[in-house]
Design a protein around this ligand. Sequence first.
Ligand code: M6R
Length: 608
Amino acid sequence: MCGIVGYVGKLNAQNVIISGLEKLEYRGYDSAGIAVIGKDGMNSAKFKGRLSVLAKYLEEHPIEGTIGIGHTRWATHGVPSDENAHPHFNKDKTIAVIHNGIIENYLELKAMLLEKGYEFRSQTDTEVVAHLFDFYYDGDLLQTAFKVENAIRGTYAILAIHQDSPNEFVALRCEAPLVIGYGNGENFVASDIPAVLEYTREVAFLENGEIAHVTANNVTVYNTKKEIVHKKPFTVEWSLDAATKGGYDHFMLKEIHEQPQGIRDTINNRIDGKGYIKLDDIKLTKEEIQKFDKIYIVACGTAYHAGCVGKYAIEKLAKIPVVCDIASEFRYRDPFVDNKTLVILVSQSGETADTLAALREARRKGARILSITNVVGSSIARESDDVFYTWAGPEIAVASTKAYTTQLVAFYMIALTLALAKNTISERTYFMLIDQIKQAADILEEMLKDDTQEKEVAELIKDKNALFYLGRGVDMQTAKEMALKLKEISYIYAESFAAGELKHGPIALIENGTPVIAISTQEPMIEKMVSNIQEVKARGAYVIGIASEGDNLISSVCDKVIYVPKIDDLLAPLISVVPGQLIAYHTTCLKGLDVDKPRNLAKSVTVE
Ligand code: M6R
């Protein structure tokens, strides 16, 4: 979704803002713009397209000034265009506003403003905010911001500057993330930490309803009652390098290779001296765990796929029934959630609007809320009773990879903890699984040294229109995730099926040369998979197997096999998903597409 950067200080605002927006490119956008106040007043530029278009223009037509705001827009109201790009201005261009989110009552506000004689230049909801600032402005930008906040409804992160107050800007937050970066003689507000990390490590998140008044030497935050809120900044530990490509061609490839470390970081710090799992941020007692009669896992996209594997792990180990639900559906179907339900929300970003809405619905129904997220201090983390942070480091590529494998680790660890509290697992199995999760990191590191086979598969499928993934048990969940990876970045139509379900309909899609990827890591189901593979082969499919080392049955029926090291069946998704990630990556590279920023997608989906 949209990226926001605001700066006031001593440096050239244009450079700070463009470099900050570059760090937010992962969020997905279709246009970019900037407004800076200099000695000659407000200057601005905004264009449809990549940030590089704006940056190039600014190289040739630099804007001077030490205060400014910049934005990358992901279109909601109005097509991507120069006019709809942010900032938006009042009539005489003394006020500039940028916004992430949706102003839900914009039509009503627009009607009121039109009646007062305001003219609109864009189709956006945001433009009403610029005119509202003009309408309420009485010489005091902060007081104006309070009035604007009172008038608007919806989700927003808004920054506003006024030419007549060239030493300050205001930031308003409701549901869309904003982080304050505290500098020395300079201050920042942005949509995410990487945008400010080059300049400061001291940051604090704005909460819903808060307004920040920002000058070079001070940041004052107010709540809705106009009382001062004393923010306690925290220090960001991870490096800017963690948020840049570090020598890889793409963020996605870098993040695939960071999976072993992500797994280690997620598990190693959570094992006590005696080898037991200790989940510091989870305050659930043994008695509370024993009280749960069901669990809901709720998430979107890849996080949902991790949740589907989590269901297998929890049901198998802790013997608690689990429903895995898509967040955008959960709250509209009156789920059976009460105070005996544990609801686990999964979200890499911690800001996904659908997942946040599901969290609030679960809270309303009295459930205990546990979230698995990668972003410390994110909205979902803050609104949860308990949090499991995946220590994957910042994930920039739109296609989620290391977040997925660390989410799987989180689920295995939560399942083991629940199982121990409920006495549904032997200590032997408990320690064996912990050991194998740790080993998975080393296994992945070895596997990632050679991706020749995945490149060969990419060559085979790059010109195909459709591809199918099959699996049984947890392999079916891996198949879902692999299909999502391929379709979202290579734009090849990819679908996954439970292998046993094929003959009930989908097998009609198989014709001569249709590529099928069959995942088979589950020992008790190998023979059944062999039969399902033969069914598609008999109809002309070209079958690529992904099987555990030592399995000769699968190789006897496939056209090609990628072997993955053998690990406990339940943990297999941690390993077997990686060939699928690499196949998607290499196919996309061969097609010459934008791996990290696929069309129509945003990294952080902050609208419902
Ligand atoms: O930040 P979240 O984990 O809540 O995001 C959920 C989905 O939007 C995300 O996983 C999406 O499906 C990815 N593009 C998948 O690669």
